[in-house]
Design a protein around this ligand. Structure first.
Ligand code: AMP
Ligand code: MN
Ligand code: MN
Length: 326
């Protein structure tokens, strides 16, 4: 059932013990919006724990509360009054779903989230980040932003907008960020921390860049990395952003074989709706940034993915031709 932002805030007010969770493979928005909301709710006297069923990348250790995030434990937090799932649809919160017995309030900005499995859903696809929704929620309650909350929410805004560069960077995002700066956020402290890479990871990224291929006459570019490749490359995070900038490309893709028959896909576009491709493989996301996991052997997954990309690009080219003919 869809609820308003005010109703979402009321559900939080009515609860005493709250678990907050977000998607596995957590990013700056998942972690920032979870910790930001945790600090706010704790300041309102709630007992709050953030549980994420995955490792939290060490670059986020700059965020207040980083050390408090736990993995779900069947012995603890079984019975909360409310489970809040942020930046995610409920099929991507791992074991938190079985382990925490509580009504679920889902807050998200992914247009592909249909709210299935959530008791209550607040979805705003116009928000650049889930952190922007949490910012609006706190603002609507006319409460101040502590420096801790501000740092976490700023991180969500900054990372989901590509440091205020992507097409989702609206004036509202900039105004929210400006207010968070007034509450003590120092942007360079956050960006310098989040940009850190171990030397080996940078070398890995260089090796992975050597594997980038062009296809669909240069309108798409991607890197397809097997588990063996990845072992020698120290998790080349940030690869998709390198591919995205190749002149003439509409679509960038990275496929990583995480384990046999499990291939994780990231896609970015300059306008083409990549959720349509991701949804074909059970994934989701945003028009210009989407992902999915293909449970097939590497070569089969690669072939199916390239076919789907070709079809999407051909459809777009068809539309462009007919618009030109008019
Ligand atoms: P990523 O490429 O992992 O940064 O993801 C791009 C966008 O797609 C993010 O908004 C993700 O939350 C979303 N996304 C990635 N993988 C999936 C998936 N398997 N299912 C649904 N959404 C996804
Ligand atoms: Mn996210
Ligand atoms: Mn997000």
């Amino acid at each position: 059932m869809n609820v308003s932002l005010g109703e979402a805030a009321e559900l939080m007010s009515d609860a005493r013990t709250i678990v907050i969770t977000a998607h596995v493979h957590p990013d700056g928005d998942a972690i920032g919006s979870s910790l930001g909301l945790m600090h706010f709710l704790r300041s309102q006297g709630k007992e709050v724990q953030v549980l994420i069923d995955d490792d939290i990348p060490a670059i986020f250790d700059i965020l207040p509360g980083y050390e408090l995030i736990e993995k779900p434990d069947p012995e603890r937090w079984q019975s909360a009054d409310l489970l809040i799932a942020l930046d995610v649809s409920l099929d991507r919160i791992g074991r938190v779903r079985e382990m925490v017995q509580a009504p679920v309030l889902n807050i998200d900005h992914h247009i592909t989230n249909d709210g299935a499995l959530a008791d209550k859903l607040y979805l705003d696809g116009n928000c650049a980040a889930t952190a922007e929704i949490i910012y609006q929620l706190i603002r609507q309650k006319k409460k101040p932003f502590s420096q801790k909350t501000a740092m976490c929410l700023y991180t969500g805004l900054a990372t989901d907008t590509g440091w205020f560069r992507f097409s989702n960077t609206t004036s509202s995002v900039m105004q929210a960020a400006a207010e968070l700066l007034q509450c003590g956020v120092r942007p360079h402290v956050i960006s310098e921390a989040l940009e850190r890479k171990p030397f080996a990871q940078l070398k890995g990224l260089a090796a992975a860049m050597g594997r980038i291929e062009l296809f669909h006459e240069g309108r798409a570019a991607g890197a397809f990395l097997t588990a063996a490749d990845l072992q020698s490359m120290e998790s080349p995070d940030g690869l998709i952003d390198m591919i995205r900038v190749i002149d003439g490309t509409e679509l960038a893709v990275v496929m990583k074989e995480k384990e046999p028959d499990v291939c994780r896909v990231s896609m970015r576009s300059k306008g083409l709706d990549v959720t349509k491709i991701a949804i074909r493989f059970g994934g989701g996301g945003h028009v210009r940034a989407a992902g999915c996991t293909i449970s097939q052997p590497f070569e089969t997954a690669k072939k199916a993915l390239i076919e789907a990309i070709d079809a999407a690009l051909e459809e777009q080219e068809g539309k462009e031709r007919s618009a030109f003919a008019k």
